[in-house]
Design a protein around this ligand. Structure first.
Ligand SMILES: Cc1cc2nc3c(=O)[nH]c(=O)nc-3n(C[C@H](O)[C@H](O)[C@H](O)COP(=O)(O)O)c2cc1C
Length: 176
């Protein structure tokens, strides 16, 4: 499949099965995603794997950030969550917005590769994504911020999620 075909075929999977890529497989996907364009090669990102109980810890942090007791079941919607962390690096040349673009590129590239290799993925966020409680639960550094989570699992058999139409390129591309 060409890269273009893979991009056109990708869709998000809001419901996934309990299958998940192994830690070793995640490392391979992350190694490949690290090849995104990266001004000055600052590598201003990292990934945190959440499985099992870690997802319940996140559920508690979500509720705490909303001022609620107990644990949100949201993180239990997939067996594996990949938290994408923006880790800005000191640079006199590369501003924060450029570095955040790199972290975003990593998340998109991971989603595409996971989808292409048969895994169901959806990038999720929420009002709590950059809350103190959620940052603390992920043990983020002072300057680090979450970009959200890739919820990853198996693609349910026989189910096909709807696919978005491509944008009308004539409305998206102008010429100067
Ligand atoms: C930064 C970011 C955050 C997102 N957050 C959510 C979310 O919290 N919940 C959700 O249902 N979709 C969220 N989405 C959208 C889905 O990931 C997905 O793109 C959308 O459902 C359209 O499906 P498609 O990717 O198959 O076209 C987010 C996307 C991005 C890029």
């Amino acid at each position: 499949m060409s890269v273009r075909d893979a991009v056109l075929a990708r869709r998000s999977w809001s419901k996934v099965t309990d299958d998940a890529p192994t830690h070793a497989e995640v490392l391979e996907f992350v190694a490949a995603a690290s090849r995104v364009a990266d001004h000055s090669s600052l590598s201003p990102w990292r990934v945190i794997e959440l499985r099992g109980d870690a997802r319940e810890k996140l559920g508690r942090a979500i509720n705490k950030s909303n001022g609620d007791k107990g644990s949100s079941s949201k993180p239990l919607r997939a067996p594996l969550l990949l938290a994408i962390v923006f880790s800005p690096q000191k640079s006199g040349k590369v501003p924060s917005w450029e570095q955040e673009s790199v972290a975003s590129g990593v998340a998109h590239t991971l989603s595409l590769m996971l989808d292409d290799e048969g895994w169901g993925v959806i990038w999720r966020t929420g009002g709590y994504t950059r809350s103190k409680a959620v940052a603390k639960m992920h043990k983020l550094g002072k300057r680090e911020q979450l970009m959200g989570w890739l919820y990853v699992g198996g693609k349910p058999e026989g189910k096909r999620e709807g696919r978005r139409k491509t944008a009308d390129p004539r409305k998206k591309v102008t010429t100067l």
